[in-house]
Design a protein around this ligand. Sequence first.
Ligand code: AMP
Length: 211
Amino acid sequence: MRIILLGAPGAGKGTQADSIKSKYPIAHISTGDILRANVKAGTALGKDAKAYMDAGKLVPDDVIVGMMESRLAEADCKEGFMLDGFPRTIAQAEALDKMLTAHGIKLDAVVSLEIDDDTVVSRLTSRRVCKQCGEIYNTVLKPTAKEGVCDKCGGEVVQRDDDRESVIRNRLAVFHTQTAPLIEYYTQKGLLIAVDATGGKDAVLRILEKN
Ligand code: AMP
């Protein structure tokens, strides 16, 4: 299975990906996670990307496309993959089409997680993440037992730099202008499946199982 998870920041792409992985053991490729790992490791890619990420802007297409060309060539993608956070622009989608054609493979579906902006803002401003193991918390829905300390590994639990409200509003504006056109792009190709992003953590899995 080869799918794309499309949706605004905070729509729950990562949560849906975890649920899908529990049933379909395919590679989960999150461009945001790859970029954050590079920032943490201080690589040249991470240094280039950090300023864009902190401002809620998109990292330039050529950087992302190069990164994804290498990632999709890795062995774990042979049996399938789900892309989380890529493509985010029409140029990235066109580059992905070329990569897939070159490998003689096709996408099965593009899942669009639909959510309104105010729900995103309230979700993301309350999101917290463990710096050490990446576990996700929510100050309202899933707080840590001890404030600021990860229940799983004892690491420090913090707010992501790009989860502050001003940055979230920027990221939403970027989504509406640069990423939302992909909904039409993939509708034209007959690949789009729209899913209500407030439908719970297995919303996408349920739909994939029906198709
Ligand atoms: P995410 O975790 O998917 O919300 O991504 C966090 C940040 O990484 C975004 O706000 C962008 O700055 C950057 N990023 C992730 N994926 C992409 C992409 N496909 N194109 C450009 N920038 C990206």
